[in-house]
Write a protein that binds this ligand. Structure first.
Ligand SMILES: Cc1cc2nc3c(=O)[nH]c(=O)nc-3n(C[C@H](O)[C@H](O)[C@H](O)COP(=O)(O)O)c2cc1C
Length: 434
């Protein structure tokens, strides 16, 4: 990876959004706020009649301590701003896996978006394309691979794989994503089994069991053939809004469609989070059948990052799934710091053999600066875009993306830097930690 050093494109386009907000004399469209706490509250309010849907997004594993660590670690690191430097013209473009991106921000793969908004993932994928941020599609989507690709159009898209138990299903998914224009494969390693999530367990809220969040499976020929069924059409959608009690009632009353979706949903979850753990050796299968970049999501220590290099993968996402899998785990920013103590990782990164991304806790422009200063080449943005989708659909996500990117651009300039290479791996010069 090369962080863009070329200042030929010497404009600060993202910060123009802040100027436009002042010029318009009105709060940001579709959301009414640029404050993350207010956005979260607005999403909670919007879903007040379906509290479980909000809690599904908001909640984490156990006591939520891992999520808290994610946030507090970002707060412990502090930026040291520099003055009297000419950073008038800024450029936050970057290159990942040989492809140029307009910023280091990507949308984290988040499943079941159809529980918070009727347009689900298609709204987010369209928003991502419009703003110019890559969309990472989740295997737990409420829309098909093909429908999301269509909504994303000419946008940049990657695919996140929950690794199926059966090879024929994996092969089918790989062929579908290739055909649908997904350029990179992100394999999530931390969810071979669902985490212990009290928020959801108390209300037994698991949309998959009613066939919501399983459209990748419902539309997959290899998976459906096992049951002697034709795949659902690519434009099939779950009913809106998702109300578990209503689905249960339909099933009790013998509704065939609801019964079949529930059955297939349970089978799909068995397929992709089976509780059967994969091992390093099995990566060879994915490498053999996927030509594009292969990225492991969920790496949390230097030893595993080094194994990723040994097994020839192209990238890692330092991630604890937003604290949703292991309660009491270390934060991702601290994990990134520890991973970067490994000379082997540093060397692989410098030579372009390993790309390092991070998620879990990214909320502000300054968070992006800190992550890059500690050695990340890109960051994945999670829950805030889900709250924006809840409140404002596609336009809400567009607004939220423009907000964090404007915040990033403004904060970068005010800190005295004009591009990513000036902050990349410069934590010892530009950050202090409490
Ligand atoms: C509601 C929800 C659903 C998620 N679904 C997936 C998923 O399907 N696949 C995946 O790899 N990660 C999934 N994640 C984890 C995100 O990709 C990302 O790691 C996490 O949201 C980062 O934490 P943050 O949102 O607190 O910043 C999900 C997260 C949330 C909140």
């Amino acid at each position: 990876m090369t962080i863009a050093e070329n200042n030929a494109v010497s404009t600060s386009t993202w910060s123009a959004y802040m100027r436009a907000l002042y010029d318009n004399h009105e709060p940001p469209r579709a959301l009414g706020t640029v404050d993350i706490a207010k956005l979260e509250e607005a999403a909670r309010e919007k879903l007040k009649d379906r509290k479980e849907a909000f809690l599904y997004v908001f909640g984490s594993a156990g006591t939520c301590s891992t999520h808290d660590h994610n946030i507090s670690e970002f707060n412990r690191w502090k930026i040291i701003p520099r003055m009297l430097r000419d950073v008038t013209h800024r450029n936050v473009e970057t290159t990942l896996f040989g492809v140029k991106y307009s910023s280091p921000l990507l949308l984290a793969p988040i499943g079941v978006q159809g529980i918070v908004h009727p347009d689900g993932e298609t709204a987010t994928a369209a928003a991502a394309a419009k703003v110019g941020v890559p969309y990472i599609m989740s295997t737990a989507s409420t829309r098909s691979i093909e429908a999301i690709a269509e909504a994303n159009g000419d946008g940049q898209r990657w695919y996140q794989l929950y690794w199926p138990a059966h090879d024929e299903v994996t092969l089918s998914l790989l062929s579908r994503i290739k055909k649908a224009g997904f350029s990179a494969l992100v394999v999530t390693l931390d969810t071979m089994l669902l985490g212990w999530r009290p928020h959801d367990i108390e209300t037994a809220y698991l949309p998959f069991f009613h066939g919501v969040g399983v459209h990748v499976g419902l539309t997959d020929p290899a998976f459906m053939a096992r049951f002697g069924l034709a795949p659902y059409p690519a434009d099939n959608v779950p009913s809106w809004p998702y109300v578990p009690a209503r689905q249960d009632e339909l099933i009790r009353n013998g509704d065939e469609d609801a019964t079949q979706r529930a059955f297939l949903g349970k089978e799909w979850i068995r397929e992709v989070t089976s509780g059967v753990f994969k091992t390093w050796d099995q990566l060879a299968f994915l490498k053999q059948h996927w030509e594009g970049p292969l990225i492991l999501k969920g790496i949390m220590c230097a030893e595993d990052a080094e194994l990723a290099i040994d097994y020839g993968v192209d990238g890692i996402v330092v991630s604890n799934h937003g604290g949703r899998q292991v309660d009491g785990s270390l934060s991702t920013l601290y994990a990134l710091y520890m991973i970067m103590q490994s000379p082997k990782v540093r060397e692989a990164q410098a030579s372009g053999r390993l790309t390092v991304l991070i998620d879990s806790g990214i909320r502000t422009g300054s968070d992006i600066i800190k992550a890059i200063a500690l050695g990340a080449q890109g960051v994945l943005y999670g829950r805030p875009f889900m709250y924006a989708l809840t409140v404002g659909g596609q336009e809400g996500v567009e607004t939220q993306l423009r907000s964090i990117l404007a915040d990033f651009d403004v904060s970068l300039g005010l800190s005295g830097f004009k591009n990513l290479s000036e902050i990349y791996h410069k934590a010892d010069k530009i950050l202090v930690r409490d």
